[in-house]
Design a protein around this ligand. Structure first.
Ligand SMILES: [Cu+2]
Length: 128
């Protein structure tokens, strides 16, 4: 096996963000992540050149309104598919550097502890 075979163990599909005409907006980045490996993995970070920062978020539901909280990593269990959601685990894009125009495609790279760095296309969708 080549040294970078780890890059093939995690697959990303359906990556998208909602359109936004504001600069400096914070928007969730959602996607489907499939871990084909026999071992659990974690999503460590995302890099997206069209924002200043990214974080990993979970939504806490306790007393009162649900609230997003920053976490160190997002678990991606072995042989499982994880759906990132605005009301669950997601990547938070902070401080957009450009407007997000419906129908355009952007690029991000997502790094996993075992699966390496995966480049993905991000589709900008209009809100329904
Ligand atoms: Cu968030």
């Amino acid at each position: 096996m080549p040294a970078l075979a780890g890059n093939n163990s995690v697959h990303i599909s359906n990556a998208w963000v909602a359109a936004s005409d504001k600069l400096g907006a914070d928007v969730p980045l959602l996607m489907t992540i499939k871990n084909d490996a026999e071992n659990d993995d974690v999503l460590l970070r995302a890099r997206c050149p069209f924002v200043n920062f990214t974080e990993r978020h979970i939504v806490d539901r306790g007393e009162g309104a649900p609230a997003m909280r920053s976490i160190k990593s997002i678990p991606i269990p072995a042989k499982k598919t994880v759906e990132l959601k605005a009301d669950g685990y997601h990547i938070m894009l902070l401080q957009t550097r450009q407007t997000l125009v419906e129908g355009t495609k952007l690029a991000c790279s997502v790094t996993f502890q075992n699966g390496g760095t995966v480049e993905t296309e991000v589709h900008v969708r209009g809100l329904p």
